[in-house]
Design a protein around this ligand. Sequence first.
Ligand code: NAP
Length: 595
Amino acid sequence: MKKDLYAVAAAPPLGHVPPKMHAFTVRKDRFGPPAESFRLEVVETPEVGDDEVLVYVMAAGVNYNNVWASLGLPVDVITARQKAGEKEDFHVGGSDASGIVYKVGKDVAWPREGDEVVIHCGMWSRDCPIVKAGDPMYSPTFKIWGYESNWGSFAQFTKVQAHQCMPRPKHLTWEASAAYTLVGATAYRMLLGWEPNRLKRDDVVLVWGGAGGLGSMAIQIAKANRATPVAVVSSKDKYQYCSDLGAKGCINRNDFEHWGMLPHWKDTVGYGNWLKGVRKFGKAIWDVVGDKRSPNLVFEHPGETTIPTSIFTCETGGMVVICAGTTGYNATVDLRYLWMRQKRLQGSHFANDEQSQGMNNLVLEGRVDPCLSRAFQFMEIPLAHQLMYENKHPHGNMAVLVGAPEFGLGISDRAGGHRQVVVPTRSVPPPPVAPASGPALPYGDDAIDGEALPGGRAVLDTTPVGAIMERRVITCVRDSKVEEIVHLLGARGVHAVVVVDEKDVPLGVVSRTDLVLARQGRSPEAARGLRAAQVMTKGVVTCTPDTALDDAVTLMTKNHLHRLVVMDRDRHAAKMVGILSMSDVIEATLGLRED
Ligand code: NAP
């Protein structure tokens, strides 16, 4: 008998679409950590348009985008859609799925009712002239299904455009086939979508986060194209995993210390130290490759901390292709290496139909494994996202059962060449190892290096910070009003105050710049009433009294700061003992007071 609502995993008869369905939703009044934000509800099953299909979801993939949706940050996706005219006041997320087609719109030629499909997450308007002209990824109508659109895969039924559907690999379980499309198609476009820097046979490819969702796909796609992937990971226990996927070898990023934004090129000491670190890293790539060949392609997504290294190590005429800035968005590049070596820095976002299908074909052929690390029950959708939010999720890709009643179902073709890859457990990275000293490394020794250290050899200033720092630190608390802070700055003749918690632990700094920015878009009265916590630059960059002045200057210039908070030597019970400002440095190094 047909019903209006079916229990989760009790499939309606094929083709019968009940008017209601179970769905995990996010609502505006619950925006916050996923464990609180996702709730199970009964909602109306969506209607499909002429070019759309309704898919009965068997399993759904878990991606970071729905952690953002649950937080309501950086975009409130519900309000954004309501502004665009949609009526629903909730979000049903989920941007990866495997399932069975239950209903098709009148213009749909494929898929047909009953087809088993996987779904890619690129949506666009078929009427957009840019879509008609070529690559829909450049269309202003482009959206990520189940993030920017509603009716994603965390529900019994999902509404998608027909072109998003692709044949499901039948040698995989429902949950494995729900896990790979978003990361796989993104990696495919990055490696094969950017002529003339399209991946070629024997190319060296440097893959950041080789054991992660994107990285595990990139290694396999590179290998399938007979290139030479070199994986970067943060612990040795991931080496075997990356090698099993096809990496020629691995580099442990914790063996290096030169990460972060590029030191200023005028900071000869800081820049020189960075150059040593990046050359050592380049040499490590050569060691893995077994030849002095640098990466023709660098597969980037960490962003801020790694991009200087990616640009430096990339081969002449090669490309750094990037789809995210997980560690930050300020890309610092020594332009000399970019222009003289004619390298390319290319942004890339998801994929079009052809690229998604190209990637899916590799999975259908058994040449790419979905790298499913952990599958969850439907009721664990909040938990899976909470683990991701807390960075406690396993490596590889995760999925949840929706319509599939048990794990391990859905395999109807065992000859598909499914490779099993054992996913490493998350481990605590070892402490960083000091860079080896010794003769200059051969990596990158050429004319450009001469330019890198203007003025020749640097003279080290090893004066300890403790000798010149200001011991009198002016502090305020989170609740201090802007008005009070302005008076404090004037009365004490300083340029910034440190915001501390109840235990005197520094939380951030309010500088004069922060105060000026607080006024933007507000009346003077409103700005004066703001609290320190609302206007401060969060987090502090610290050093100790023993830090050499040169290193302190590098810390400031790299982080675009004018001051460092000085903590005592004991890291575990760290106590604030002073502050070092650029003015102190000017006075100490030039013998002049900056006033
Ligand atoms: P993931 O599974 O968490 O993997 C990310 C990897 O990055 C981690 O395995 C980690 O590996 C590495 N990593 C972390 N911190 C690092 C650092 N400081 N330096 C170097 N490597 C670091 O995430 P994912 O699914 O691969 O996604 C990665 C990013 O891409 C996310 O920001 C995601 O939102 C974005 N993304 C964008 C698109 C798009 O279309 N634009 C599509 C998919 C994903 P180790 O610790 O082993 O080094």
